[in-house]
Design a protein around this ligand. Structure first.
Ligand code: GLU
Length: 416
């Protein structure tokens, strides 16, 4: 990210300033909200399979804890840097407030390429990272989870290392664990399921028919696959998908389960039978009704925004739209369910997992799904109502809703 003129974090804070203007916040309050409470940078030496030691850099940023413990995922990706982790931690603080889970915001990451590492190397890296940040996390301090490049197995290794350090089993220290060690039912599909519920609400609010709607998805990993399936079951056509290696397009629609099986076998969606080849970025501009960016940040930019044909964008990725592109989309009348609302289903079920861990009593699939639906529907309605009330776009409305809750908590604690 360092090649950008302004940092991702500076760009991210623009939304805060917009919300602050609506809420008439003073500059000292804006400064307090813009300053991450704690930034950890750690070096993690890992014995690689060839016998040599490689030192990785890891980060954990606790943006704000006024509403509760910091909460947010851990990303393993070659592009991870402090600027990115800071932005992601800030977005988590906003997201947690939007969806009403009692957490502040945090995020972690390690600069690495998990696709090129063996399971043993990944395990040693994860244990090293857990040990390096163990003093600063815990069920009442900061609760990590997965993000891009991490999964339930990595959460399991992380939990084990933490348990050994503190000398007890504390499952609420991390979420999206495997079911066998206190994971929650429904967590694996939660982000997609939550985005699906948000899409149902958006379709109603903005009058967009879903049956037969053409859907284009950038990404085909953990968060993209479930929403593809739910929308397909509802009668939408999945016309485009992509991953980091390329994409597949078929205006007649593609079967999401067959696509997942194809990708698991060949490690790419490129070449899916009956489809035309696309590049990784092409799904952003293909002819469709609903666009779902479900990969990384900065994908809809001022360079490609004019090519966007969708009527509705549901942001499953964090930060997929740059502020410049966002403005243009708004002027074009494209409806957006912003990331901090659309992808909040993941952290919502993480919250359910943390609650279950602390009670030691576990819920059924149906209970989790019903509670997730309620949380997402309420969050959508709150944001939509705020947008109507102030005559602002959905993204600014989400920030207004969230910033107000964070400011109220900071005032109640006497921090501002
Ligand atoms: N990484 C996910 C996100 O960006 C989930 C975070 C969590 O469950 O804590 O929302």
């Amino acid at each position: 990210m360092s090649e950008q003129k302004t940092s991702l974090y500076e760009e991210a804070l623009k939304t805060l300033k917009k919300a602050a203007a609506v809420l008439n916040l003073e500059s000292d309050v804006i400064e307090a909200l813009s300053s991450p409470e704690r930034i950890l940078i750690v070096s993690i030496p890992v014995k690689m399979d060839d016998g040599k030691t490689k030192v990785f850099t890891g980060y954990r940023v606790q943006h704000n804890t006024a509403r509760g413990p910091a909460k947010g995922g851990i990303r393993y990706h070659p592009r991870v840097c402090l600027d990115e982790v800071k932005s992601l931690a800030y977005w988590m603080a906003i997201k947690n407030a939007v969806v009403g889970v009692p957490y502040g915001g945090g995020k972690g990451g390690i600069t690495c390429n998990p696709k090129e590492m063996s399971q043993g190397e990944l395990e040693r890296l994860t244990r090293g990272y857990a040990a390096a940040i163990a003093k600063f996390i815990g069920p009442d301090q900061d609760v990590p989870a997965p993000d891009v490049g991490t999964n339930a197995q990595i959460m399991g290794w992380f939990a084990d290392e933490y348990y050994k350090i503190v000398g007890k089993t504390v499952p609420g220290v991390i979420t999206a664990k495997p079911l066998s060690i206190g994971g929650s039912r429904g967590r694996g599909t939660a982000t997609g399921r939550g985005a699906f519920f948000a899409t149902l609400e958006a379709a109603k609010a903005f009058n967009i028919p879903l049956r037969g709607a053409r859907v284009s998805i950038q990404g085909y990993g953990n968060v993209a696959r479930p929403i593809a399936r739910y929308l397909h079951e509802l009668g939408c056509k999945i016309v485009a998908v992509s991953d980091s290696t390329g994409g597949a397009y078929n205006p007649e629609g593609m079967n999401p389960i067959a696509l997942a099986e194809f990708k698991d076998k060949t490690r790419t969606v490129k070449g899916f039978p009956g489809s035309k080849e696309l590049s990784a970025i092409d799904p952003i501009t293909v002819d469709c009704d609903i666009l779902i960016p479900a990969a990384l940040e900065n994908q809809i930019t001022k360079e490609n925004v004019d090519g966007v044909k969708a009527k509705l964008i549901v942001e499953e990725a964090n930060g997929p739209t740059t502020p410049e592109a966002d403005k243009i989309l708004h002027e074009k009348g494209v409806k957006i369910v912003p990331d901090v609302l659309a992808n909040a289903g993941g952290v919502t079920v993480s919250y359910f997992e943390w609650v279950q861990n602390r009670m030691g009593y576990y819920w059924s699939d149906e209970e989790v799904d019903e509670k997730l639906k309620q949380a997402m529907t309420k969050a959508f309605k709150d944001v939509y109502q705020t947008a109507q009330q102030h005559q602002i776009d959905m993204r600014t409305a989400a920030y207004v809703t969230a910033v107000k809750k964070i400011v109220d908590a900071m005032r109640a604690l006497g921090r501002i």
